[in-house]
Design a protein around this ligand. Structure first.
Ligand SMILES: *Cc1c(COP(=O)(O)O)cnc(C)c1O
Length: 391
């Protein structure tokens, strides 16, 4: 089945019993069993989407997990409390004294912080590689995981996912990828070779800026250490959150198409502005990552990063504060447009971006792009007007 059809029909197995279009929201702390035999069977935990205990999910959780696994074209999915907990569960499940984990330099800032503050002190060797590196030369006998994110958080460089997976698999090393930006609709992670695909469903998948949720997809075998870690650490998601995310999922394709069209319109408009040095958006033909994007992604809904020409702190404030439709805030993927100053060099161990002192990340929401363009235009004008007055 195609994505659009799956989005409508997947994750509704338990609807029939409730005589309802959407699956019932089942909240419980305790899962109860009819017989001792059923109880023993459940506690063996062999079936991925069967209730065992409230913490590991209810039928609502399993509906979302099944829908997401179907969308990702794989067997299984685990829902966790937020995107970051999905990432840390994947990392922690593969970490341990004497093990080596390789990560791309462009991973989400908190992913890096977890590796440095939690994994490294307990004996895992953590190594970051830059986006052009040949990882075949970096893999070691004790490498237990390659963890990547593409495009890079904030700086938007692309990775050659196929080449990375081929090199890692050649040494028997699994590859995990934070695929939040692409979503399963625009980035077929497992088909490219990724073993574990991680999503902050907080972003586009839910799309309504009203929850935090993480999802990992892969084969039952690839996910089995992650699931065991979630069981031990209690990282699982709440059923209410899963129910809302399933509702968000129904409109994902329709929302992404609009986010994509508006993001491209605004990115192209920004490229033509004199205050803009560069727009980092791999879906633009002028972007250095365009060819890799085109060969690995089927779409791009943003967010993207804009390098504003160097300017004073006051002018930069006038720009940010001059925006009225773009709210100032971290996160993205919701219905509303957002702006955030991007400070990637604080998040990187390697390759601080050379010039660009004023990076801003934009998430283009579902508003009318003409209004968003007017908003950016007037904020850029205010930024320069202030500059003139000062000189
Ligand atoms: C937001 C985000 C996360 C973290 O998700 P939370 O649900 O906020 O914990 C992880 N990776 C990427 C790429 C993100 O944008």
């Amino acid at each position: 089945m195609h994505h659009h059809t799956l989005l409508v029909h997947a994750g509704r197995e338990t609807s029939a019993a409730a005589h309802s279009v959407s699956p019932p929201l089942v909240r419980t702390s305790t899962t109860v069993f009819a017989t001792l035999e059923d109880y023993k069977q459940a506690q063996r935990g062999q079936v991925f989407d069967a209730p065992r205990y409230g913490r590991s999910g209810t039928s609502t959780t399993f509906e979302l997990q099944r829908a997401m696994a179907a969308l990702a074209g794989t067997e299984a999915c685990i829902a966790t409390s937020c995107g970051l907990s999905a990432i840390t569960a994947v990392l922690a499940a593969h970490a341990g004294p004497g093990r080596h984990i390789l990560l791309s330099d462009g991973v989400y800032g908190p992913t890096r912080v977890f590796c440095e503050k939690d994994l490294a002190p307990s004996g895992t060797t953590v190594e970051f590689f830059s986006h052009g590196a040949d990882i075949a030369t970096l893999l070691r006998g004790n490498t237990s995981l390659v963890f990547i994110e593409t495009p890079a958080s904030l700086t938007m460089e692309m990775l050659d996912v196929r080449a990375i997976c081929t090199a890692a698999h050649g040494r028997g090393v699994p590859v995990a990828c934070d695929a939040t930006w692409g979503t399963p609709l625009f980035f077929d992670a497992h088909q490219l070779g990724i073993d574990i695909s991680v999503h902050a469903a907080t972003k586009f998948i839910n799309g309504h800026s009203d929850l935090l949720l993480g999802l990992c997809t892969g084969t039952s075998e690839a996910l089995s250490p992650v699931r065991a870690y979630c069981d031990r650490s209690g990282a699982h998601a709440a059923p209410d959150t899963c129910w809302l995310a399933l509702r968000g999922l129904r409109t994902l394709a329709a929302r992404l198409a609009r986010h994509q069209a508006s993001a491209l319109t605004l990115a192209r408009w920004l490229q033509a502005q004199s205050a803009v040095q560069r727009v980092r958006f791999p879906a633009l033909q002028t972007d250095p990552g365009f060819e890799l994007w085109r060969s690995q992604f089927s779409g791009a809904a943003g967010p993207f990063t804009v390098d504003l020409a160097p300017c004073s702190e006051a002018a930069f404030s006038r720009f940010i504060n001059g925006l009225s439709l773009f709210s100032l805030g971290t996160s993205w993927g919701g219905f509303e447009s957002l702006v955030m100053p991007a400070v990637p060099h604080h998040l990187r161990a390697l390759a601080a971006p050379e010039d660009a002192p004023r990076l801003v990340r934009l998430h283009i929401g579902l508003e009318d792009p003409a209004d968003l363009c007017d908003d950016l235009h007037s904020a850029l004008r205010r930024m320069h007007q202030g500059e003139d007055a000062a000189t």
